[in-house]
Write a protein that binds this ligand. Structure first.
Ligand code: C2O
Ligand code: CU
Ligand code: CU
Length: 502
């Protein structure tokens, strides 16, 4: 062989080996990316977060106490996992109030670092919102108070410290905040908490020995993805039910995972509420997609003695690549409902449910555009001392949200419940026709929403809008807006002092 030939042979061999290595590596990443817990055996009774008992002050204010604390929880036999929780080791109690109630929540932070507590979906003054500006120092307290003034809904609460929200939520700091109103009290919907009306807080998790694995998977740009799910902090959960109809208040409290909920047997169920409360009419469906932060209330009909498995099915999250590496091909058996041999009959679902108080697009006074990219919204990463948008109290606006980088993103706005006007130029599907505070924005698509800002005005204290994939939020996919009186300008935002030392 000539020298040239030998060189060529060696080069070819090297090239083939390289291609094989890269191809093999990719194949490994590709196969490793998919997880499934379909067929799991449901071995633990689902925990139901306790209802918090408020103390009632003389003026009727309901006062709740929440202590942020570190602890341990035995998710799996013999394995003590370090956790955080509110008033306990993991997650927090369910707070409950009625429209018109004055509420106060006394927060005590016994963690070793600064945190905040945000009331997701609640309409309230910016200073009570619990965003990154209302910090609670280690050992400190904070006692926001407000008057509940919005329709019945399943809201939730979780920390919101800038840059560390993902970690604080994933360690276990989250809970539900249920609102009732006169109308919801009278509706013949399942409403016995923990019996036929079940909070279903879904989170994905991965363990590293006895500890949580908090690492991100290679290639998963959306953030942390677990390899199994839990409901209310229970792995492989089942729940015995004794009623013909069961209402599930689904909350996606995962930090990055998008679920496509349905049942293993593809049975149909009734969607009765979205983020901000009851729909006008129930919508029959067999799937409901929830991205992080979103809620849906569904009512499922049970047959005596049967078992029904709530499953998260694979779904398209954009293109092939984004779908595969951000968990779109994954499937989870989330919760098994075990019906008793004889079931208490439940009333038929009412034909009319809620009266969503949604803004009217015809009243919109201006349109704003939000380009969503992991590197920042409208090209700017979040800055605590910059007000991005100033809106006038009492006005309605149209916001156009566009996913510019193809990665899974959603969009959450504090203080308001908005109306989805269009998804990619089309009428929204039934599950997006109710009140929403968080909406999924598929890759390279756009969503148009109408929002109404009713105040109170506070030019110095911003509310947030952000991607609720918490890793993205922490990275800076967040912006700040203030609500001002007509003609007023945004004030100076003072950045709180963090005593966390990070
Ligand atoms: Cu659920 Cu700004 O958060
Ligand atoms: Cu929020
Ligand atoms: Cu995002």
């Amino acid at each position: 062989m000539s020298r040239l030939k030998r060189v060529l042979v060696v080069l070819t061999a090297v090239a083939v080996a390289l291609v094989a290595a890269v191809g093999g590596g990719f194949f490994w990443l590709y196969t490793d990316a998919e997880v499934s817990t379909v067929g799991t055996s449901f071995s633990r009774e689902m925990a139901v977060p306790p209802l918090a008992e408020p103390t009632v002050e003389r003026d009727g204010t309901k006062v709740f106490d929440l202590t942020m604390q570190a602890g341990h929880k035995e998710f799996r036999r013999g394995q003590q996992t370090p956790t955080w929780g509110f008033n306990g080791d993991y997650l927090g109690p369910t707070l409950r109030a009625e429209r018109g109630d004055k509420v106060e929540v006394r927060i005590r932070n016994t963690l070793g670092e600064t945190s905040t507590v945000h009331w997701h979906g609640m309409h309230l003054p910016a200073a009570m919102d619990g965003g990154p500006h209302q910090t609670v120092a280690p050992g400190g307290t904070w006692a926001p108070r407000w008057t509940v003034d919005q329709p019945a809904a399943s809201l939730w609460y979780h920390p919101h410290p800038h840059g560390t929200t993902e970690e604080h939520v994933r360690r276990g700091l989250a809970g539900m905040f249920l609102l009732d109103d006169e109308r919801s009290a009278k509706l013949p919907l399942p409403k016995r908490y923990g019996v036929d009306d079940l909070p279903v807080i879904v989170q994905d998790v991965r363990f590293d020995g006895s500890k949580f694995d908090h690492g991100h998977k290679l290639m998963a740009g959306s953030g942390f993805l677990g390899d199994r799910t839990m409901v209310n902090g229970t792995l492989d959960p089942y729940k015995e039910v004794g009623d013909e109809r069961v209402r599930l208040r689904l909350l996606n409290a995962s930090t990055a995972r998008v679920y496509q909920f349905g049942f293993a047997d593809d049975r149909r169920f009734s969607l009765v509420a979205s983020d901000g409360g009851l729909l006008e009419k129930a919508a029959a469906t067999d799937r409901i997609r929830l991205s992080p932060g979103e809620r849906a209330e569904i009512v499922v009909t049970m047959r005596p003695g049967e078992r029904a498995v709530l499953r998260s099915h694979p779904e398209n999250l954009g293109d092939f690549w984004q779908t595969r590496f951000n968990g779109g091909d994954d499937a989870f058996d989330v919760l098994e409902l075990r019906a008793a041999k004889t079931l208490r009959p439940s009333p038929e679902l009412p034909a009319e449910l809620g009266e969503p108080e949604l803004p009217d697009a015809g009243e919109s006074v201006r349109t704003r555009f939000f380009g969503l990219q992991r590197s920042g919204i409208n090209g700017r990463p979040m800055s605590m001392d910059r007000i991005d948008e100033t809106v006038t109290r009492g006005t309605t606006e149209t916001w156009v949200l566009r996913n510019d980088d193809g990665m899974p993103h959603n969009f959450h706005v504090h203080d308001v419940q908005f109306r989805v006007l269009e998804v990619d130029g089309r009428q929204p599907p039934p599950h997006l026709r109710g009140a929403k505070d968080t909406v999924f924005v598929p890759g390279n698509r756009s969503v148009k929403i109408a929002l109404r800002f009713t105040g109170p005005a506070d030019p110095d204290t911003p509310y947030m809008y952000h991607c609720h994939l918490l890793y993205h939020e922490d990275e800076g996919m967040m912006g700040q807006f203030v609500v001002v009186e007509k003609g007023q300008r945004a004030g100076d935002v003072r950045v709180p002092h963090s005593h966390a030392g990070h």
